[in-house]
Structures are given as C-alpha cells and as structure tokens.
Write a protein that binds this ligand. Structure first.
Ligand code: FE2
Ligand code: FE2
Length: 243
C-alpha cells in the first residue's frame, strides 16, 4: 500500500518544480482540510483503500497536486480561474461515506451504485464537515458543480424526484443540510440529464480542470503521471514554437 505523508507530498511538488511560493500556497489551501479527523481516516489505507493500492486520502492529495499545477498553468492565460477553489474541489471530490470495495450494501437500482452516486455523498459530507467553504453563494455553486460532475464522461445520478430515491449511504446527514446546498446539488445533477443520469462536464473551469486531474491520476500508474504531464507540456511547447 502506498500512502502519502508530508514528506512524500513535498517530493511530488519538487518533481513538478513547484516554486517556494507555490509550495507554501498549496499547503495553506490543503492544511485546514487535511486536519479534519474524517480526512485523516481516509489517509489510512487499512480503512479506506482506493484504486491501484493507495489510500483514498492519498489519491485525493495527488489529484489536488495535479489540479494546482494545471490550474496555475491555465490561469496564466485566463486570470479568472480561481486556483484555490479548483484545489478545494479536488480535496472534497471523493469524500464519500463508505469504503466501497468492502461494502456489502446492495442498491436496488444500478444508477444508485457507488460509481454514479459517490460525488453526491462527497458533497453532503464535505458541506457537513467543512461548512465554511459553502458559505459564499458563487463559490458554493462552483464547488458543488465541480464535485457533481468530476466523473465526466462517466455519468452522475440525477436527482429527479428526491434525495431518498438515490439510496445514498449518508442520507442521515440530509436533515442537517442547508436548503441552499440541497437545491444547488439538485440543480447541478439536472444539467443535461437523461432520466436518472446526467452526462455533463462542470459548467466552471475550476471543475473541468479538477476532473482532468482526476483522470490523469487515476489512469496513469504510480508516479508516471508526472512524466505524462511533462511530456504533454514539451509537446505543446514544441507545437507552439513551430506555429
Ligand atoms: Fe470519484
Ligand atoms: Fe478521484
């Protein structure tokens, strides 16, 4: 099992040539989120293992690193991109309720299975554990929409009737959830929906960047994704120089 600690995160930041300023900025964004006991639990691979032999928390941290990297690159051309919000989406995107590989809970509908519904559980959990990030209306909508559609092109469960019909594993938290958060989740899931599923990218750049980072981390084995990014950048620069 591979788990990230502070030292390993710093090694990855160095491999991506993060400046001193970027390193400190990155840590200042993720530190308040990592500290929470629920995040700490997910860093333990004996409780929450993820794909490719890493803990869920380590997967999330890798996605956050790549998100920061990509968002900074994109922000050079588009200063409207909010790097901090993109990283926050990454830190929240997979904070689902149960370690799904070992779950014995059987859902009555295919569309209620983990792949389709875990983004919704992640929003309910993160807005419960970190309510301060959901206080501002605009930022709240960007974060929620980014988490809802992070699996694109894989679809997400659309809430066409009510939350209960989705059989989420954390429905018990719903009673304590702000109605504005609930309506923002519903609105996002209904974007480009066909029946009970929605096929849509996030409406916002921050969510699109995070979703891309999730694919890079999930489909490139181990740390090879760092080389993958560097290679892509070399190719892009080459094409740019030729044109
Ligand atoms: Fe996910
Ligand atoms: Fe993920």
């Amino acid at each position: 099992m591979e788990n990230l600690n502070k030292e390993k995160v710093n090694m990855l930041l160095d491999e991506l040539s993060f400046s001193k300023e970027d390193k400190s900025n990155f840590w200042s964004i993720i530190n308040p989120i990592i500290k929470h006991e629920e995040f700490q639990k997910r860093l333990d691979s004996t409780i929450y293992s993820h794909h490719r032999n890493i803990s869920l928390g380590s997967h999330i941290l890798k996605v956050a690193i790549i998100t920061y990297y990509l968002a900074k690159q994109k922000a050079k051309k588009n200063p409207n991109i909010d790097v901090k919000t993109a990283v926050i989406i990454a830190m929240f995107h997979d904070l689902y309720e149960l370690p799904w590989q070992h779950s014995i809970i059987v859902k009555s509908k295919t569309v209620n299975r983990h792949g389709f519904t875990h983004p919704l559980e992640a929003i309910i959990n993160s807005s419960t554990w970190y309510p301060e990030y959901f206080a501002d209306e605009k930022t709240r909508d960007i974060i929620i929409d980014g988490i809802v559609h992070h699996m694109y092109p894989f679809p997400v469960r659309a809430i066409t009737t009510n939350f209960e019909s989705t059989e989420l594993n954390n429905l018990d938290k719903l009673d304590y959830l702000d109605s504005k958060i609930k309506s923002s989740i519903i609105k996002s899931t209904l974007h480009h929906h066909i029946g009970n599923i929605s096929f849509s990218k996030s409406k916002y750049e921050e969510g699109k960047i995070m979703s891309k980072a999730d694919k890079i981390v999930s489909f490139k084995k181990d740390f090879n994704y760092l080389n993958y990014i560097k290679l892509r950048l070399i190719k892009i620069n080459y094409r740019f120089r030729k044109s």
